[in-house]
Design a protein around this ligand. Structure first.
Ligand code: ADP
Ligand code: MG
Length: 495
C-alpha cells in the first residue's frame, strides 16, 4: 500500500536507546555552499510539483503564490512505527464510526463540556435536533487523520503515540502527495540516488478522492455535485484544489461555497434534498466549520443545521464531528472504553489502546483534583487542551501551571482535558519558509495517517488508509503550534 520499504536497521546507543539518524550527516548540514544550492533546487522543485500556498502578504490574490513551507531533507521514521500507524488506521475508522452511532455515549461523555464550552454546546444542540428529527441519510462518509509522535519511553524504546484524531477538515493530503518528488530531487541533486529511490510514494489525496467518488455514486444522482465548504480566504487553497481536481478528473462536479452562502441561498426540497444555486448537493465536504470563528454569526449555525438536516452525505456528519473532540478522546482512554466499542474485534482494540498516552478529565471532583495537583507539580509532563481544533490552542509548561491555578476552583475546568506530554527525539534539518533565511533547526516530526470509510446503513462498505502526512517543526515551537503555521511539510525516510 505504501510501496517499497527500505530496510536499514536502527542504530543503537550503548545504553540501548534507539537513535534516529538524520538523513543528512553533520558535515553536510554545516556545508553552507551545498545547503544553499540544495535549497534553491528544492524550492524550484516544490514550485514545479505544486507544493504551493498563497502568500501571507496577499492571501486572497490569485496572481501571487509561493511554495508551502517544507523541510530541506526528509526525516527518519522507524519503519516499524510507520507500519503500525497504517495498520491501526482501519481500526480507528471503525471506532470513530461506532462512536458516532452511540448517542448515549456521546451525550454522557460531553455532558460536562457542553455546560461550560459554548462552541461544543452549539454543535451538540444541532446533534440533538437532528437526532430528534430522525436520520435522513443512511450513508456516512468519514475522512479523518490520526496524528502521532514517536515517543521515547523511559526504557529508551521508541513508540507510536497518538496526539489526536481529526474527524473534520483533515487537511494536507493534497500537498503531502507532492512532497516525495521534491525530496527525491534533493537527494538526487546531492548525489544520493539510492536514498532518493527509497522515498515512498504517497497516494493520500487519490485515496480520499476515491472515497468521495464512491459516496457520490452511492448517493445515486448523476447531476448532483460535491460541495466544498470553505473559508472566505484560505492560504492552503492548493491543498483543497488537489482534491477538487481529482474529482473533476472523475467527472464529478465540485462547487466551493462559504457557510453563509448556504444560509443565503441553500434550501431543502420536500425530500430534504439540499440545493444551492440550483445544484443538488450529493456530498457536503467540510474544510471549515471546526472552530468558533467559523460561526461568527448565528446565520452560520443556521446553515450548519440546514446541511445536517438534509439528505446530502455529510463529511463529516455532526455526530462524527463530535466523536473527534478532545473530550471524547479523553473518555475513550478510560479503561475498557475502546474495548466496549470493539468487543467483536479485540485485536483492533489492542492496537488502538497501544497508541494512547494518559488522558485525564479535570471535571470537579477528587479524580480531577488529584491530576491537577500532579500537573501543577510537573507542568512539563502534561499538555492542557481546550475543546478546540486548528492548532495554537494547547497550553504547556509554566502557562499550564498558571491556568490550572486560575480555573481549579470552578466549573470552567470542564472545558479542558489534561494529556501526558509526548517526548519525541529531535533531528536536525533545515525548514524552508518563504522569505526566511536558511537556519539549521533542531526538529520534531509528527506523522499523520489518513483514513477514509463509508457506512451504508449499518455496514462499512469502504475502510481504507490511503496515505500519510509527515510534518516537522522546530523545537522552538515544541509547545504546540503544529497547525498554527510553524510546522512544515516533510516526507518519511524509513529506517
Ligand atoms: P489541534 O487540534 O489544535 O491541532 P492537537 O491536539 O493536534 O491540537 O495539538 C496541536 C499540537 O500540540 C500538536 O501538533 C503537537 O505538536 C502538540 N501536542 C499536542 N498534544 C501533545 C502531547 N500530548 N505531547 C506533546 N505535544 C503535543
Ligand atoms: Mg487537531
Amino acid at each position: 500500500m505504501y510501496g517499497r520499504l527500505p530496510s536499514l536497521s536502527l542504530p543503537r546507543r550503548a545504553d540501548g536507546e534507539v537513535i534516529l539518524p538524520p538523513v543528512a550527516p553533520d558535515d553536510v548540514l554545516h556545508n553552507s555552499g551545498l545547503i544553499q544550492q540544495l535549497a534553491v533546487a528544492a524550492k524550484d522543485a516544490a514550485l514545479l510539483r505544486g507544493v504551493l500556498m498563497r502568500t501571507k502578504e496577499d492571501p486572497s490574490s490569485t496572481e501571487s503564490t509561493s511554495y508551502a513551507p517544507f523541510s530541506l531533507f526528509p526525516s527518519p521514521v522507524p519503519k516499524k512505527l510507520f507500519t503500525e500507524a497504517y495498520e491501526v488506521q482501519q481500526d480507528f475508522n471503525m471506532l470513530v464510526d461506532r462512536i458516532s452511532q452511540d448517542s448515549e455515549f456521546l451525550t454522557k461523555a460531553l455532558a460536562s463540556t457542553v455546560q461550560v464550552d459554548e462552541f461544543t454546546a452549539g454543535l451538540f444542540s444541532i446533534y440533538k435536533q437532528v437526532l430528534e428529527e430522525g436520520i435522513t441519510q443512511t450513508i456516512t462518509l468519514g475522512i479523518n487523520r490520526s496524528d502521532y509522535m514517536f515517543d521515547r519511553g523511559q526504557d529508551h524504546s521508541t513508540s507510536l503515540k497518538q496526539i489526536e484524531i481529526n474527524t473534520i477538515a483533515a487537511s494536507y493530503a493534497g500537498l503531502a502527495e507532492r512532497v516525495p518528488d521534491v525530496h527525491r530531487h534533493v537527494l538526487n541533486f546531492w548525489g544520493k540516488s539510492d536514498e532518493a529511490a527509497k522515498i515512498l510514494t504517497n497516494n493520500a489525496v487519490k485515496g480520499i478522492a476515491e472515497g468521495i467518488a464512491k459516496a457520490w455514486q452511492l448517493y445515486g444522482s448523476p447531476e448532483a455535485v460535491v460541495l466544498f465548504l470553505v473559508e472566505k480566504v484560505s492560504r492552503n487553497i492548493f491543498d483543497q484544489r488537489c482534491l477538487e481536481m481529482e474529482l473533476w478528473y472523475k467527472n464529478i462536479r465540485v462547487i466551493r461555497r462559504q457557510t453563509l452562502d448556504i444560509y443565503e441561498r441553500g434550501s431543502l426540497d420536500d425530500e430534504k434534498r439540499l440545493f444551492v444555486d440550483g445544484y443538488e448537493i450529493a456530498i457536503a465536504y467540510f474544510r471549515t466549520g471546526y472552530s468558533p470563528e467559523d460561526y461568527h454569526n448565528d446565520d452560520c449555525w443556521v446553515a450548519r443545521l440546514l446541511i445536517e438536516r438534509s439528505k446530502a452525505i455529510k463529511c463529516p456528519d455532526i455526530a462524527t464531528h463530535l466523536a473527534g473532540t478532545k473530550k471524547i478522546q479523553q473518555e475513550l482512554a478510560r479503561s475498557g472504553m475502546v474495548e466496549k466499542f470493539l468487543t467483536d474485534c479485540p485485536k483492533s482494540a489492542e492496537r488502538i489502546r497501544a497508541t494512547f498516552v494518559g488522558l485525564y478529565s479535570i471535571d470537579e471532583g477528587p479524580e480531577g483534583d488529584e491530576i491537577i495537583k500532579k500537573a501543577v507539580e510537573d507542568p512539563e509532563g502534561f499538555v492542557l487542551k481546550p475543546q478546540r481544533e486548528g492548532g495554537g490552542n494547547n497550553i504547556f509548561g509554566e502557562e499550564l501551571k498558571q491556568l490550572l491555578g486560575n480555573i481549579k476552583d470552578g466549573p470552567k475546568r470542564s472545558a479542558y482535558i489534561l494529556m501526558d506530554r509526548i517526548k519525541p527525539q529531535t533531528v536536525k534539518n533545515y525548514l524552508l519558509h518563504p522569505g526566511s533565511a536558511l537556519k539549521l533547526s533542531e526538529c520534531v516530526v509528527e506523522l499523520g495517517v489518513f483514513g477514509v470509510y463509508i457506512r451504508k446503513c449499518r455496514k462499512l462498505v469502504m475502510n481504507e488508509s490511503p496515505g500519510h502526512l509527515l510534518r516537522t517543526k522546530s523545537t522552538e515551537f515544541a509547545d504546540g503550534g503544529v497547525s498554527a503555521g510553524v510546522a512544515v511539510l516533510d516526507t518519511p525516510y524509513l529506517i
